[in-house]
Unconditional design. Structure first.
Length: 112
């Protein structure tokens, strides 16, 4: 059974924006909220040049990297063609309006 780490409330994430989550190791995780109140979590690094996805523009289920406008899918972390590459995706759970991330993923995935 997975352990979940509560990060914030859904409303604490700006609509069409993101909130960054610090980790003990590795890059931060960006937690996004779209216009439909869906919440997604990706490593806060574009697969292209490492741009901060948390500073990108969210539309639909996509975020545009602020550096070079790569379009990254929030559901899978993958760049839209013709670009290639993926940002690490993290599992998200919403319960009683609170956003939680998988604690094991936070401590093991995408570490430097």
């Amino acid at each position: 059974m997975s352990e979940w780490k509560t990060i914030c409330k859904v409303e604490d994430i700006p609509m069409l924006g993101a909130r960054r989550v610090r980790r003990a190791q590795g890059h931060e995780v960006a937690v996004f909220r779209n216009a439909e109140n869906k919440v997604f979590a990706l490593l806060d690094r574009c697969p292209h040049k490492g741009g901060p996805l948390s500073q990108g523009i969210v539309y639909g289920d996509t975020v545009a990297c602020p550096l070079h406008n790569w379009q990254i899918g929030l559901t899978d972390g993958c760049a839209q063609a013709p670009d290639v590459g993926c940002a690490q995706r993290f599992a998200v759970r919403i319960q009683d309006g609170e956003v939680a991330l998988n604690a094991e993923e936070l401590s093991t995935l995408a570490l430097d």
